[in-house]
Design a binder for this molecule. Structure first.
Ligand code: ADP
Ligand code: MG
Length: 256
């Protein structure tokens, strides 16, 4: 079960508070979108869930178990960034396989020379290759596994980044504006693909965007944020038809 619970979560950078009093329950398998103007704290919030940024106070649990003490790679979450964060010197295959090779091979088994000598590596690598191939097929990038990221289109890079997140079979996907670097047409197409992926995986998605159309079309629920707080939480229809104030209304673009 991957129910995510945020309790009284707060974050300050030095003396500057950027998030305060964040209480949020995200159901197992839910597609929840955080939306709000630039600088309202969306990225900081999901970076805290990923363990990339320590919270100042409050707690985070997944499946009823506190994850506050866990380091990023120990949390059963995977993050997809706007910038893809692919390694340029590595093939698509190696980029996707990386979380698995890090997990299953020791540092010395990953060194170029030792590679050839390690029998454990010879045992583990075919398994990893099978898993990477299965994910690549799902994302329809199996023909690109030998390429370097520089020779991929924006949409293909985004799929590789997704593949690297999927290969760990996380309980929770965290996505920080994953489509914002794509052109408008591809963005609309990838929206549909992400929604389908969510249907297929039935995993909890916490999705960040400042694009209200994205939020309204893909999400089970939307949390509208402003200045480090959640202003309103509800289904897209609820936010559109019954915005609690003018800020929500104008951001969501509802007629109220
Ligand atoms: P969003 O993703 O909604 O645009 P962010 O979470 O990136 O917002 O930022 C929220 C606020 O925290 C902003 O005012 C930003 O300048 C500030 N902030 C983010 N990261 C840092 C940091 N590492 N150090 C200091 N301030 C930061
Ligand atoms: Mg951001």
């Amino acid at each position: 079960m991957a129910r995510v619970e945020l309790r009284a979560l707060a974050k300050s950078f030095g003396a500057v508070p950027v998030l305060s009093g964040i209480d949020l329950d995200i159901a197992d398998g839910e597609f929840l979108t955080l939306i709000g103007p630039s600088g309202c704290g969306k990225s900081t919030l999901i970076r805290m869930i990923a363990g990339l940024e320590p919270q100042t106070s409050g707690s985070i649990s997944i499946g009823g178990v506190s994850i506050d003490h866990l380091r990023p790679h120990e949390r059963r979450v995977a993050m997809v960034f706007q910038s893809y964060a692919l390694y340029p010197h590595m093939s698509v295959f190696s980029n996707i396989a990386l979380p698995l090779t890090m997990q299953r091979l020791s540092l010395w088994e990953r060194l170029p020379l030792i590679k050839l000598l390690s029998s454990r590596r010879r045992r583990v690598m075919p398994e990893i290759a099978r898993e990477v191939r299965a994910i690549a097929e799902q994302l329809q990038i199996e023909h690109l596994l030998d390429r370097r990221p520089a020779r991929l289109s924006g949409g293909q890079r985004q799929r590789v980044a997704l593949g690297r997140a999927m290969v760990r079979h996380p309980d929770v996907f965290l996505m920080d504006e994953p489509l914002s670097n794509l052109d408008a047409k591809l963005r609309v197409h990838m929206r549909t693909e992400l929604a389908e992926l969510h249907q297929r995986l039935k995993t909890t998605f916490i999705y960040v965007t400042h694009d209200q159309v994205e939020a309204m079309t893909m999400s089970d629920r939307v949390a509208m944020m402003d200045a480090g707080r959640i202003l309103q939480l509800g289904t897209p229809t609820e936010l559109y038809e019954r915005p609690i104030n003018i800020k929500v209304a104008s951001f969501i673009g509802s007629p109220a």
